[in-house]
Design a protein around this ligand. Structure first.
Ligand code: ATP
Length: 190
């Protein structure tokens, strides 16, 4: 299968992430999209980053029974901080039957040249890039391995959602219903 990998901290996963995942899984040649939850970097304790398993749980709640999408905790078992190139090498070896593609926003493509072994990533993997309002994809947009897609943009971020929760404001409809219910009834991000 051709699988798109969508990396993130998903702190928490929100509708913006799901729109991209669903678009890539249904409107491109990808068979599946895996949401790869990046672990908490132990060297950089971040007060606002929920624990790995809480974030993974929220991704699972969000995906529910959508068979085109999957939550992946593959990076939890790899050395940290996790570099995409290392995760890709691990997945390639573990799943030789699959072809992996990287999914990223145009904002990330602009800073790809700062990633560890970015040239190797481009040499070995296709990049499916979705446009984001007010971000220029930059020079790499014309790279033969890069494909640009027009997924419907939604300009929200996990930071905005965490800030709202902390301030006691409603985040209903910005999160999939089960994620919203889970956060409503718990203490996460408060
Ligand atoms: P934070 O506000 O905590 O930085 P985030 O909402 O940007 O979080 P990440 O977990 O960093 O979420 O996102 C994973 C990936 O999804 C990143 O590549 C990020 O650029 C992208 N992304 C985040 N929000 C959106 C959105 N609204 N639409 C499309 N892509 C998004």
């Amino acid at each position: 299968m051709k699988i798109g990998l969508f990396f993130g901290s998903f702190n928490p996963i929100h509708i913006g992430h799901l729109i991209i995942g669903n678009y890539m899984a249904t409107q491109t040649d990808l068979d599946r999209v895996w949401f790869v939850v990046s672990p908490q970097n132990p060297l950089k304790p971040k007060k606002t980053l929920a624990r790995d398993h809480d974030r993974l749980h929220l991704v699972r709640l969000a995906i529910a029974d959508n068979s085109k999408l999957k939550a992946s905790d593959v990076e939890f078992g790899l050395s940290q901080p996790s570099y995409t190139i290392d995760t890709l090498a691990f997945l390639k070896e573990k799943y030789p039957e699959h072809q992996f593609v990287l999914i990223m926003g145009a904002d990330n493509l602009g800073s790809l040249h700062l990633w560890k072994n970015y040239a190797q990533i481009l040499a070995e993997y296709e990049l499916y890039v979705y446009k984001r309002p007010s971000f220029e994809p930059g020079e790499l947009a014309s790279h033969p391995r890069v494909k640009i897609f027009e997924a419907p943009p939604l300009d929200i971020s996990a930071t905005y959602i965490r800030d709202c929760i902390k301030a006691g404001k409603s985040v209903r409809y910005l999160l999939p219903e089960p994620v919203w219910e889970y956060l409503e009834s718990g203490t996460l991000y408060r």
